[in-house]
Design a protein. Structure first.
Length: 478
């Protein structure tokens, strides 16, 4: 028997490990089975948001049913931590009579160590492991400088990535054909041992699972919004983005499928900013950049900064200030609206992620690691590579060509990207009745009305900005 191990690649289409497992075993040859490992304790240690756990398991339920329809049984293996996986998986393989394991490569350090241990354990039992690139359009290590090093700045990486894609091309594989009679599938909600400690397994209705839903969102975006993406993507009150990040993070759809669909929609693959569709393609390349970095610089998975010298920055760990940021009580409307939206929905618009990350690190001077962990603990699309890359970019410790003195002004950012205050009024109930003229700087208006139901700004941005710049300048002098 051949076993395909699903992880953050919960799809039938364009799944290299599944394709290879099924494609190399004829219907009359070795049977194929599938596996998903549930590790609740490890998930909590990795700050995996409950909404993301539910989303993943809801997709596993759909995947199990779809595999069963193809005659492929999906086995669920529950082990609390990654350290237990090699022994438990080897035992399952012996029980099933597995000769070969197929899986798409993980990119995070703990997952890589787990997979190496699995390969070794299976090898001792005479079983073979096969690993594939299922996480990126181009495999990590393919896009390097002329001297064979990883790019440390995005723009040259983007140019080299586009060139490499032209040279290599890519193929999007269909889902495998049926391999036998349909099999029964017991829904996860009926498996008490799965639910124990994980909470309600039903996915959030805001985020329907399934490859069909991911494909619907992708094509709706390409039909309705991709050509205007460069103008609308930064405005959180508009439906200007694809909202595909949860589906990409869980592997319900692949980045290859997104690139292929964009190319089909436009009739060409954009190569520069002057071509429609390029801005969105470039966002997919940002995703590739951060994933390649995580593989080639493993210390990024270990809470270490991309720029080692910035580890000496005197970050604050103030618990009260951090709690105010987490709960949306900073007194800066766009920051508070963004954080309350995150807490309520498990998602945040990308422009808002940059604004609140800059505020935490450059206005409150709080360590980016606290923000990174909090995002992971709340986001339905929590992904270590993108989350770490975004936070270090905002904090001035990451891969970024801009100098450290870039500091977002939360007031002007709100005025620019939520000019009428529609997003703010949606999420900050205290400001719901304010006119657009005052919504970004509401405190004088509230004072005139004798109201004290919205907090005063917790810091003076102009003063905080100077302090942030001084932190980095002082570091340069040491």
């Amino acid at each position: 028997m051949r076993l395909v191990w699903f992880r953050n690649d919960l799809r039938l289409a364009d799944n290299p490990a599944l394709r290879s497992c099924c494609g190399n075993a004829g219907a009359d040859e070795e049977p194929v089975a599938a596996l998903f490992v549930i590790s609740p304790t490890q998930w909590r240690q990795h700050k995996l948001a409950p909404v993301r756990q539910r989303f993943l398991l809801a997709q596993v339920d759909v995947l199990g049913r779809e595999l069963a329809a193809l005659g492929i049984p999906l086995h669920l293996l529950r082990v609390e931590t990654f350290a237990e996986v090699p022994t438990a998986l080897t035992a399952l393989c012996r029980e099933l009579g597995v000769s070969q394991l197929y899986a798409n490569q993980a990119i995070e350090i703990d997952e890589l160590r787990r997979d190496h241990a699995v390969s070794a354990a299976l090898g001792e039992q005479g079983m073979t492991s096969h690993w594939f690139n299922g996480c990126c359009v181009l495999p990590p290590g393919r896009v390097l400088t002329g001297s064979g090093e990883m790019f440390k700045v995005f723009t040259p990486f983007s140019r080299a990535w586009l060139k490499a894609l032209e040279e290599d091309g890519f193929v999007i594989h269909r889902a495998p054909a049926p391999r036998g009679e349909p099999l029964p599938w017991l829904p996860l909600a009926e498996r008490v041992w799965v639910d124990d400690g994980l909470g309600e397994l039903t996915a959030d209705t805001r985020w329907p699972v399934g490859e069909a839903e991911a494909s619907r969102r992708l094509h709706a975006f390409l039909d309705q919004a991709v050509l205007d993406y460069g103008e609308t993507r930064d405005f959180p009150a508009l439906a200007g983005t694809s909202v595909l990040s949860p589906y990409l993070a869980a592997g319900i759809i692949s980045a290859r499928q997104c690139v292929g669909a964009l190319q089909q929609r436009l009739g060409y693959r954009p190569q520069s900013k002057s071509q429609p569709g390029f801005v969105w393609l470039n966002e997919l390349i940002w995703r590739e950049f951060y994933r390649h970095l995580l593989v080639l610089i493993p210390s990024l998975s270990m809470n270490r900064p991309f720029k080692p010298e910035t580890a000496a920055l005197p970050w604050s760990w103030d618990p009260d200030a951090f709690a105010a940021w987490c709960e949306g009580r900073t007194g800066y409307p766009v920051v508070d609206a963004a954080m309350r939206c995150l807490n309520a929905t498990g998602w945040m618009h990308n422009r808002l992620r940059m604004i609140v990350a800059s505020f935490l690190t450059k206005d409150l001077h709080i360590h980016w690691r606290l923000g990174e962990d909090y995002f992971m603990s709340r986001l339905i699309d929590g992904d270590l590579a993108a989350n770490n890359g975004g936070w270090q970019w905002a904090a001035g410790t990451g891969a970024d060509a801009a100098p450290y003195f870039r500091v977002f002004n939360p007031t002007t950012q709100g005025q620019r990207f939520d000019p009428q205050g529609d997003f703010i009024r949606t999420w900050v109930s205290e400001l719901a009745d304010l006119p657009a003229t005052y919504v970004h700087q509401p405190h004088d208006w509230l004072r005139l009305k004798g109201r004290q139901d919205y907090p005063a700004p917790m810091v003076d941005h102009a003063v905080a900005r100077v302090r942030a710049i001084e932190m980095f300048r002082d570091l340069e002098k040491t």
